[in-house]
Design a protein around this ligand. Structure first.
Ligand SMILES: [Zn+2]
Ligand SMILES: [Zn+2]
Length: 248
């Protein structure tokens, strides 16, 4: 994966603005720097607290952060699939279009290189990680330590989300990825297939997909959508004349 990353840093094979490409590369590199800073700070806080506390705090915060990443992936994906259109100012082209295109060309993601797959998530992550690195500087305070420790797996999960998503679409992913999929540690093709069935209105979470059956049972996104429509009068994709979801 390292070689595909460095190769894509130098590649000119992309069809969007070079400035955005540069921003993506800078954001990917800054992710690695920021996650080291946040992890070291969390490690320092845990060592001060003592390893008996760390023994339960590490697994707890690791799980919370990773599940949080799964939820964030689902929430953002749901927003992209549900609101606005490709013509929406600012967000239409870069945010809505990739989600909608992915339904019509699901295998397209397999053609995207490392920077294209992971760049946009890294840009969004920087907006979360820079304030954490700047303001959560005292890990001996328990609440700061909790935020720092959860942020490690949260940010790693968000950073890897689109890569996990790509691997779930690949017919022949690397053997170690198949193993992670078999143990359900990352998004599996079977879990993600539920989303790729028209009308594309369920199983939005794409980090590990653990929350998908739960949110589906709770009708979580369905409820949010009806609240958005009935209470706030916000139109969804179902209100558009050419709604993809109406093809079901
Ligand atoms: Zn979708
Ligand atoms: Zn997909």
């Amino acid at each position: 994966m390292m070689s595909s990353m460095f190769k894509s840093f130098l590649s000119r094979d992309f069809d969007y603005s070079p400035l955005h490409r540069l921003l993506e590369i800078v954001a990917i590199l800054s992710f690695f720097g920021l996650v080291v800073i946040i992890s070291m700070r969390a490690f320092h806080g845990l060592s001060v607290l003592g390893w008996q506390t760390a023994a339960w705090l590490v697994p707890l915060t690791a799980a919370l952060g990773y599940v949080g990443a799964d939820f964030a992936s689902g929430f953002v994906h749901w927003m992209g699939d549900t609101f606005g259109s490709e013509d929406t100012p600012i967000l239409g082209e870069r945010f809505v279009k990739p989600f909608r295109d992915h339904h019509t060309h699901p295998q397209g993601i397999c053609e995207h290189d490392y920077v294209t797959v992971n760049g946009n998530n890294s840009i969004v992550l920087a907006l979360y990680m820079i304030p954490i690195a700047l303001f959560f500087t005292d890990p001996t305070q328990i609440w700061q330590l909790l935020v720092l420790a959860c942020s490690v797996t949260f940010t790693c999960g968000v950073f890897m989300t689109n890569q996990f998503h790509k691997w779930a679409h690949m017919s022949d992913p690397p053997a170690y990825i198949r193993l992670l999929q078999r143990f359900n540690l990352i998004l599996t093709p079977t879990n993600h297939d539920f989303h790729h069935t028209a009308p594309y209105d369920t199983y939005y979470c794409i980090t590990c997909g653990w929350l998908n059956p739960i949110l589906e049972r709770l009708k979580f996104f369905e409820t949010l959508e009806s609240v958005a429509r009935s209470t706030f009068g916000i139109k969804t994709v179902n209100d558009q004349p050419d709604a993809i979801r109406k093809q079901a």
